[in-house]
Design a protein around this ligand. Structure first.
Ligand SMILES: NC(=O)c1ccc[n+]([C@@H]2O[C@H](COP(=O)([O-])OP(=O)(O)OC[C@H]3O[C@@H](n4cnc5c(N)ncnc54)[C@H](OP(=O)(O)O)[C@@H]3O)[C@@H](O)[C@H]2O)c1
Length: 254
């Protein structure tokens, strides 16, 4: 049976990926910081999808290089191949660049960029040798706006994934940048963001983001955007003059 490794599966989009991949009959490796919650999620998925699934929990803080490398070692293990990698773990910062601690900014880059880079680098050679695999990198529509370090990091994730998909062309391995808009998860509460004024039409469900990502992977699309509102927004943001994008990003921030 094939195996998927998912970072950040204890909540939100990562949890939806874990449930959907288990429903496809895949064994799981679950990676995030909270060991107790990882065990709970593993037990709940076993209960709902059947005890035949092998679910490993691998507690790791992906802002720590040594802990990232432990997860990378698991991805490189030729005896326990991983066919699907979901780089999803992440968080946001509510304050602007000048108001945050430098360690918070560094941690953001470590989780959103360094972990994605090193885990992908660990997973790719085995997938190429086996001639199959899928890497889902969870990015954001925020990668197309100018929202400080978070946007810059997500912009990196999207462009990195586009380049990766090109490099992997013809190998049987696919890479997809998943670029959601607002999704109902723990993300905003954890970052202490006030989202009370975000209109209902802007909210997505995590399960819909994951279903769209699977459809896009099957159809060979490199960028996955969920919902007509965000498909329109993504098209506009990718084609608009940058001064306009900066202006729109500023008023969005306010
Ligand atoms: N929600 C949105 O509106 C939205 C929109 C666009 C993109 N995204 C992106 O979607 C991804 C998932 O976010 P979400 O909305 O599902 O958020 P969430 O509900 O807060 O879940 C975040 C997950 O990441 C894990 N995580 C956070 N920091 C970690 C660290 N240092 N090391 C390991 N795991 C860590 C958390 O687990 P532990 O606490 O157990 O470590 C949790 O499982 C993120 O990359 C986010 O940037 C979200």
């Amino acid at each position: 049976m094939a195996t998927a490794l998912i970072t950040g599966p204890t909540a939100g989009i990562g949890r939806a990926f874990a449930e959907a991949l288990a429903a496809k009959g895949m064994n799981l490796v679950l990676v995030s910081r909270d060991a107790g919650r990882l065990e709970q999620v593993a037990a709940q998925i076993r209960d709902s999808q059947g005890s035949h699934l092998q679910i490993e929990v691998l507690p790791a803080d992906l802002s720590d290089r040594g802990q990232i490398d432990r997860v990378a070692d698991r991805l490189r293990d030729p005896k326990r191949p991983v066919q699907v990698l979901v780089n999803n773990a992440g968080f946001g910062l509510v304050r602007g660049f000048g108001e945050t601690e430098i360690d918070q900014e560094q941690q953001l880059l470590d989780v959103l960029v360094t972990a994605v880079l090193r885990l992908t680098h660990a997973a790719v050679p085995g997938m190429v040798t086996r001639g199959k695999g899928v890497i889902f990198n969870v990015s954001s529509v925020a990668g197309w706006i100018t929202g400080s370090t978070y946007s810059a990091a997500k912009s990196w994730v999207t462009v990195f994934t586009e380049g990766l998909a090109q490099d992997l062309s013809g190998t049987g391995v696919r890479a997809v940048a998943v670029c959601p808009g607002y999704v109902r998860t723990e993300f905003h509460e954890r970052a202490d963001m006030d989202v009370a004024e975000v209109p209902a039409w802007m909210w997505l469900e995590a399960a819909d983001v994951v279903a769209q990502a699977f459809r896009d992977a099957e159809q060979g699309r490199v960028i996955s955007v969920t919902g007509p509102q965000y498909k329109a927004m993504a098209t506009i943001l990718q084609h608009a003059p940058r001064p306009l994008v900066r202006l729109a990003s500023r008023s969005r921030g306010r």
